[in-house]
Design a protein around this ligand. Sequence first.
Ligand SMILES: Nc1ncnc2c1ncn2[C@@H]1O[C@H](COP(=O)(O)OP(=O)(O)OP(=O)(O)O)[C@@H](O)[C@H]1O
Ligand SMILES: [Mg+2]
Length: 287
Amino acid sequence: MQEIIKKADVLLEALPYIRNFYEKTIVIKYGGAAMLDPEIRRGVLQDIVFMNYVGMRPILVHGGGPFISERLRELNQKVDFVQGFRVTPAETMKTVEEVLERVNRDLVREIISLGSSSISLSGKDDHLIVTKKHADIDGVNIGFVGQITKINADVLQKMVTSDIIPVVSPVGLGRDGSAYNVNADNAAAEIARAVRALKFVLLTDVDGICENHADPSSRVSHLSVQGVEEWIKRGDISGGMIPKSRACLLALDRGVKKAHIINGKIPHALLLEIFTDKGIGTEIVRK
Ligand SMILES: Nc1ncnc2c1ncn2[C@@H]1O[C@H](COP(=O)(O)OP(=O)(O)OP(=O)(O)O)[C@@H](O)[C@H]1O
Ligand SMILES: [Mg+2]
């Protein structure tokens, strides 16, 4: 009996959060690095379906870095990064699109199998993500890497108000009609701004931002906007964490109230973050 009563307590703890988030849009970036284990992935998608059933409006934007690199190696194509950007000649872009399309369809299929409605979107659909070619970096032409110039959020708004979970792959449309590779953290942040999301959550494969990223116990629970820039300058935030922390700043800059970086490999990290009193991961705050 006590056991069952405890369960009621757990549900009641979630009530203020459910009320707060009712009919509110939440943008979730799901990184490729936390997608590799099927059991963990199922847990993440279950959480998103749960959010949908209690009246929230989740939008999922996914990455796919590890899957793309693996496929490029299989095809004997070069895997090359400059300052965290994947060097993307036309041949690589074709592979990037193919892999992201597969990742996207798998996520949609799984969400549907868990009981929610979901639709697959690429940033090219309905001019959702419009880009221009990224400038050269250190004199290197990085190919089909796009810088986002505009988001057409109409299609996303229509879906979420119809109770459909949009799943967006980070491919942008260039003015020349070509597909461009965009950083998924950045795409998710631009989308969060455009739909005026209440919350922005980045799911990755580490517990949050760590002072020393080889030591998970050095995670900080809060970091300010100034802190992020200082840490990047000092080199304490590096690699894939740079676009992620900058994405939080970008989202907070317009309307988004809270931005979090959490470990998607912790079972039900999303539910813990959203529906309980103890936050996990790192929250980026305005001051
Ligand atoms: N200060 C830091 N604290 C924590 N992690 C850091 C830090 N600096 C760099 N990192 C690195 O950032 C990585 C997360 O970014 P990464 O781009 O690899 O994953 P992702 O964005 O979740 O996946 P994808 O790029 O496929 O969408 C961590 O695995 C870690 O190695
Ligand atoms: Mg990344």
